[in-house]
Design a protein. Structure first.
Ligand code: TYD
Length: 405
């Protein structure tokens, strides 16, 4: 029996994407690096409703000096985190001499606004390369994994925190008991633990199966986070749906009984219950739709190749690793992927070994079709790639289904 990482309940597997590489482990151009593979399958806990991977990848394999993902790679996300910081500064961080800790601050996209406002802060970021970018932006960072021991050290050196914040990080961490003990040690009596991550409800609605990869160990819902909070002595007091990264929820947790529970929490809990969000029937339906997308996407790429059309990928996202490896798409169907991240360019995609090129080569010459892997940034990308459209280029999307636009 597979046991839930949160509550030890029975986990039922509902989806299997097969043998997968690490989603952000781009290879050198000769493709000779050793690659780590694991079975990417997902289950749901029959007791606390937490959706989780059935196999865990050791954290140091994913998050290290050369971790390539930069949060600041999108203008919209820069704005989103600026606004988040401003909201925190005007609210939770407005009294006295406040202190905020961010778990997984990446390149400092959020904390740099906090730092500029002169507010005490600390980023805890295990990936050395991106942490260095944050430091260069004036952010105070410690290069390590957040866990109980690091939280205790921070508490000793900096005192209690008013806010522990994390974006697209908490769902990456299997060992939630240590995280909550750390948050408990660090937060003041009225402090809040705020985190935002991809939302199961949106993943089901959009069949965005590519949100499932090594780093996304959990796929949260309001129901499962509510249960997790209670298990660790906290209370879910607010839940706000966010339109970024294909649909997320920002959860606010407080110590039990310290804050009123917002109406939104009750509403979202009721909605999830009504739609049977964590039932095996709904989750198996999602897995079935993902299989359909795989068939239609591969058929389309084969058809285009047979017709002599050129196709390129757009955005070498972590998400694309699941799509490419699940569908068995390699350089024969997709000769290259364009990406703005310097640490991905000139390298090969994990498992599928497709070359990653600069955006300059995307326009030189434009392909007939571009397969949009960074669909969560589509507004921003469509706006900046108008010339591609004007010259006859077409986009291929696969979320919520395969279509050409
Ligand atoms: P993102 O979707 O943010 O996350 P993940 O890797 O977790 O799936 O990744 C976006 C990728 O797309 C990133 O490698 C940068 C790239 N990108 C572009 O190439 N052009 C763009 O205009 C934008 C916004 C992103």
């Amino acid at each position: 029996m597979l046991a839930c990482r949160i509550c030890d309940g029975r986990v039922e597997e509902f989806c299997d994407f097969g043998r997968q590489p690490l989603s952000d482990a781009f290879l050198g151009p000769d493709g000779r690096d050793d690659e780590y593979f694991f079975r990417l399958a997902v289950g749901v806990c029959s007791s606390c409703a937490m959706v989780q991977l059935v196999e865990e990848v050791p954290r140091t394999r994913m998050f290290h000096e050369d971790y390539p993902y930069r949060s600041s790679g999108s203008t919209r996300m820069r704005r989103h985190f600026e606004r988040t910081a401003e909201e925190l500064l005007a609210g939770e961080l407005s009294q006295g001499d406040p202190f905020i800790v961010e778990i997984g601050c990446n390149d400092g996209i959020m904390l740099k606004t906090i730092s500029r406002a002169g507010v005490r802060h600390l980023g805890v970021e295990p990936s050395g390369g991106v942490a260095q970018l944050a430091r260069a932006d004036g952010v105070r960072v410690t290069t390590e994994f957040f866990q109980e021991s690091s939280a205790l050290t921070i508490r000793k050196t900096d005192g209690a925190a008013d806010v522990v914040y994390a974006a697209n990080t908490v769902c990456h961490i299997p060992y939630m008991d240590s995280i909550f003990r750390g948050v408990d040690a660090l937060l003041g009596p009225d402090g809040v633990f705020v985190f935002e991550d991809p939302y199961l409800g949106d993943v089901i609605d959009r069949t965005s199966f590519d949100q499932i990869y090594d780093e996304h160990f959990y796929l949260f819902s309001v129901t499962s986070v509510d249960a997790m909070a209670r298990r660790f002595g906290f209370e879910l007091v607010n839940a706000e749906r966010l339109p970024v990264h294909g649909g997320e929820v920002r959860y606010t947790l407080a110590r039990k009984g310290r804050r009123p529970v917002a109406r939104e929490v009750h509403e979202l809990l009721a909605e999830e219950e009504r739609r049977g969000l964590a039932t095996l029937e709904v989750l198996r339906g999602f897995a079935e739709r993902a299989r359909g997308i795989r068939e239609r996407l591969v058929a389309l790429l084969r058809e285009l190749r047979a017709a002599g059309k050129t196709v390129a990928g757009y955005g070498a996202t972590a998400k694309s690793a699941t799509v490419l490896n699940y569908c068995g798409i390699g350089p024969d169907l997709l000769p290259y992927i364009s990406d703005t991240t310097p640490t991905k360019q000139g390298r090969l995609t994990p498992g599928s070994h497709i070359p990653v090129r600069t955006p300059d080569s995307f326009a030189d010459p434009y392909p007939d079709y571009a397969l949009l892997f960074a669909w969560n940034h589509s507004e921003e990308i469509m706006a900046k790639e108008q010339r591609f459209r004007q010259e006859g280029g077409k986009w291929i999307l696969y979320v919520p289904d395969v279509r050409i636009v």
